[in-house]
Design a protein around this ligand. Structure first.
Ligand code: AP5
Ligand code: MG
Length: 214
């Protein structure tokens, strides 16, 4: 089963995708993580996208579609969780074609519904483990007192360059202008459903599981 987790910045896409990987053996494909890796390792592409990402604007369709194409051609699994992709109608069309080329289909699109008010708090309090990418939050899921990641024992934690109020405003605007039309796009294909993204992480997880098993 291939699914998309759709939602604004801070909706919990990455958090829920990682739980699905653990529980169902699916593979998370986060274009945001791939772009940050390129940036951190200093590739030409990473240098091009760094400023765009820090501002909170979208990088070009061409770059992100290329990243997803490469993964779909090389990683063979039973289920992908697309996290942060597609983000434009052109990306959505491209994803449909790429999956068809691989003899696969897109099965469900799950939207995480949240209030914009909570997003600032979630985003400005976020950190991630530098080794395994586990997602933390100063308020709702703090790093353990011994300073070690619960998943891998790593001791270095990172904050994102775009996790500030200014960039969040730009990211939210990009979501409403360019990404939210995908809700109608997938609704028309009979693939869209939504869950309340405001509850506890575990509650949201079971709501998603309910949708996947329906
Ligand atoms: P990307 O990395 O995709 O960021 P985003 O969409 O802005 O989403 P986030 O990763 O910020 O949020 P999330 O929904 O994953 O939330 P999380 O689980 O971490 O993209 C970054 C940038 O890359 C873009 O701005 C763009 O420049 C570029 N880019 C990426 N993909 C692109 C594409 N396809 N096309 C063009 N450009 C692209 O949770 C957030 C926080 O909340 C955490 O601290 C977490 O612990 C906490 N939390 C999660 N769930 C809950 C809960 N239920 N209750 C309380 N706290 C919670
Ligand atoms: Mg994320």
């Amino acid at each position: 089963m291939n699914i998309i987790l759709l939602g604004p910045p801070g909706a919990g896409k990455g958090t829920q995708a990682r739980i699905l990987e653990e529980n169902r053996g699916m593979v998370q494909l986060s274009t945001g993580d791939m772009l940050r890796e390129a940036k951190d390792s200093g590739t030409e592409m990473g240098k091009i996208v760094a400023d765009v990402m820090a501002r909170g604007d979208l990088v070009t369709d061409e770059i992100v579609i290329g990243l997803i194409r490469e993964k779909l051609e090389t990683v063979k699994v039973n289920g992908f969780i697309f996290d942060g992709f597609p983000r434009t109608l052109a990306q959505a069309d491209a994803l449909g074609k790429l999956l068809a080329d691989e003899g696969q289909t897109l099965d469900k699109v799950i939207e995480l519904r949240v209030d914009d008010d909570v997003l600032v708090q979630r985003i400005t309090a976020r950190s991630t483990c530098g080794s395994c990418g586990e997602v933390y939050n100063d308020l709702t899921k703090p790093i353990p007192e011994d300073g070690k990641c619960v998943k891998c024992g790593g001791t270095e934690f990172k904050r994102r360059a775009d996790d500030n109020e200014d960039s969040l405003r730009t990211r939210l605007m990009a979501y409403y202008k360019q990404t939210s039309p995908l809700i109608g796009y997938y609704y028309a294909q009979g693939k869209h459903s939504s869950v309340d993204g405001l509850g506890e992480i575990a509650e949201i997880q079971s709501a998603i599981a309910g949708q996947l098993d329906a």
